[in-house]
Design a protein around this ligand. Structure first.
Ligand SMILES: Cc1cc2nc3c(=O)[nH]c(=O)nc-3n(C[C@H](O)[C@H](O)[C@H](O)COP(=O)(O)OP(=O)(O)OC[C@H]3O[C@@H](n4cnc5c(N)ncnc54)[C@H](O)[C@@H]3O)c2cc1C
Length: 523
């Protein structure tokens, strides 16, 4: 906060600390630019901690014929697995087949997916018989099962990757501040020249000067665009049209036994034509997701009853033991920032790919949204390209992040464990040894969560509240909300001891009840 208060003009100020903003911060800092990023809540508190955890090319975009997009994502998949091996790993998936024609049909598509990956291929697509399918998916519904198709993608820990990006950017000189909300934009001669922000923990206001401001606020981008539109309104009219049409996706977490094994299950077409995944993750199974339009932008969206029914009913068709509402360990919802086609203030809208969009307003505010976690690095390059093209920054060569390992990546490969396994010290990669040096290294609060990890989070990972710790440094809230509630007071005491700040235990407990919402409501 002392650095933020200094009178300094940054090259680039980024609003929003999700995958998109953090990706831009890292790329810009790695190119030697002076970078500041402000996040109103915690890093990855928005959509970026609520993904299905897949590092993927997007099989369904292939079905839509969007070859360029799939190729780019497959390339980025490899880059991510390489640069953050402790947080992102390959995962085999099986598409179970209940009609004989499904094997050649899905097999052909997935072989094409393989071929498109070229050098980036993670493993060969394989056709499986009944027994081999059941071996990989012990929990699959055996009745009527003909066989399956195995293919490869990746999986990751989204919130921990976000933290790793933030901390890697910090090692390159960037200043990143969580709990600091952008309130307004500053202008000089009609051009954006910085922003004002407020420390949400103390209420203190700050002024940040920057040559370029990037709005990377996910589904919330229109709030800042609206302010920019009002500031630039001619004749009292501000023509800013909303850019985002949010859509929510629900995930249900159940015990590992429902799926068994270390292989994901993918249903390419559910009864109503959607895609459904069952993904083994950190010792549990994630079931999801849905795609439901929303007209509001809640910070903590709740699942609709019909979304829960959909996931459970579809899962029951493919799993031997059907999960019930009472089996839900946690339920969480993310908002997709889907971009509406439009033009911005008469300027050409430039969709740099069909997935994400970068707009530069008349006053020079750069807005980026859409896309997916997997392609955050390519998105960051697109954003900086646009800043250079518009003359907001002097051009610097791209590609610096292509081989840039994130904090913790240099670990000995022997300490790695599959992401599907229980969480633990391995998630810290080469930093595991540092965690072990802190008090409480052998004091386990629950499986995979030690006292030392809480201290490490407070000292090195920007954690302030119990929610920061139990939702995003450890993923316990997303895995088992009831257990997270039980541990909250203990974790709160450790955080208070480390930071001297209020760890907000009661607020966390109230929030975590929502992650139990459906289970509570129906049991
Ligand atoms: C259900 C679902 C499943 C998904 N699954 C996958 C997947 O498996 N693989 C994949 O690759 N992608 C997946 N995605 C997509 C991916 O999660 C998103 O594309 C990505 O997380 C978006 O990141 P973002 O940084 O743009 O937005 P966010 O993560 O929402 O970040 C925006 C940030 O801006 C902050 N902010 C807002 N207003 C202000 C302000 N005034 N001042 C300061 N900060 C502010 C917010 O607090 C927030 O943290 C999924 C998305 C959803 C919804």
């Amino acid at each position: 906060m002392a650095r933020l208060a200094e009178d300094f003009c940054y090259d680039i100020a980024i609003v929003g600390g999700g995958a998109t903003g953090l990706g831009v911060a890292l790329d810009a800092a790695a190119r030697g630019l002076k970078v500041v990023l402000v996040e109103s809540h915690d890093f990855a508190k928005g959509t970026s901690s609520r993904a299905t955890k897949l590092v993927h090319g997007g099989v369904r975009y292939l079905a839509q014929g969007n070859i360029a997009l799939v190729r780019e994502a497959l390339h980025e998949r490899t880059t991510l697995l390489h640069n953050a091996p402790h947080l992102a790993q390959p995962l085999a998936f099986v598409v179970p087949a209940y009609h004989w024609w499904e094997i050649p049909y899905y097999g052909a598509g997935l072989t094409a997916y393989d071929l498109l990956a070229g050098q980036a291929r993670l493993g060969k697509t394989a056709f499986l018989g009944h027994n081999a399918t059941r071996e990989l998916l012990p929990g699959v519904m055996p009745t009527g099962l003909v066989g399956g198709v195995k293919y490869w993608d990746g999986q990751f820990d989204d919130a921990r990757l976000a933290l790793a990006l933030a901390r890697t950017a910090a090692t390159k000189g960037a200043l990143l501040v969580n709990y600091c909300q952008t309130i307004d934009l500053l202008y000089q001669c009609g051009q954006v020249s910085g922003l004002t922000c407020e420390d949400t923990l103390t209420g203190k206001a700050y002024t940040v000067r920057a040559r370029c401001v990037v709005n990377a606020t996910g589904v919330w981008v229109d709030a800042l665009r609206e302010k920019d539109g009002v500031a630039n309104a001619k004749d009292g009219r501000h023509p800013t049209k909303p850019m985002v049409a949010p859509s929510q996706g629900v995930h249900i977490v159940v015990d590992r036994e429902f799926l068994g094994g270390n292989t994901g299950l993918m249903v390419p077409k559910t009864a109503d034509g959607r895609v459904l995944f069952a993904v083994p993750w950190l010792g549990k199974v994630i079931l999801g997701t849905t795609d439901t339009p929303r007209h509001d932008l809640p910070r903590e969206p709740l699942a609709f009853e019909q979304e829960v029914s959909f996931i459970l009913e579809e899962s029951a068709r493919y799993l031997r033991k059907a999960p019930a509402r009472s089996d839900i360990r946690s339920i969480w919802v993310g908002l997709r920032p889907l971009v509406k086609p439009q033009d911005d203030d008469g300027e050409e809208t430039k969709g740099l790919s069909r997935e994400h969009t970068v707009l530069v307003s008349r006053s020079g505010l750069v807005t980026v949204t859409g896309g997916k976690w997997t392609t955050y690095r390519a998105m960051a390059e697109d954003v900086l390209d646009r800043c250079f093209a518009k003359g907001l920054l002097e051009k610097r060569a791209k590609g610096v992040t292509a081989h840039l390992a994130v904090v913790g990546a240099e670990a000995d490969a022997s300490v790695r464990k599959p992401m599907s396994e229980l969480p633990g010290l391995h998630a810290y990669g080469s930093e595991g040894v540092l965690v072990q040096l802190l008090p409480g290294a052998d004091h386990w609060l629950s499986a995979g969560l030690s006292e030392a990890m809480v201290r490490f989070a407070a000292r090195h990972e920007y954690a302030v509240t119990v929610e920061d710790m139990l939702a995003r440094r450890s993923r316990l809230l997303f895995l088992d909300a009831r257990l997270a509630i039980a541990l909250a007071p203990q974790v709160g005491e450790l955080l208070r001891e480390e930071t001297g700040l209020d760890p907000q235990v009661a607020a966390f407990t109230a929030l975590a009840q929502q992650y139990l919402y459906v289970a509570n409501k129906n049991t």
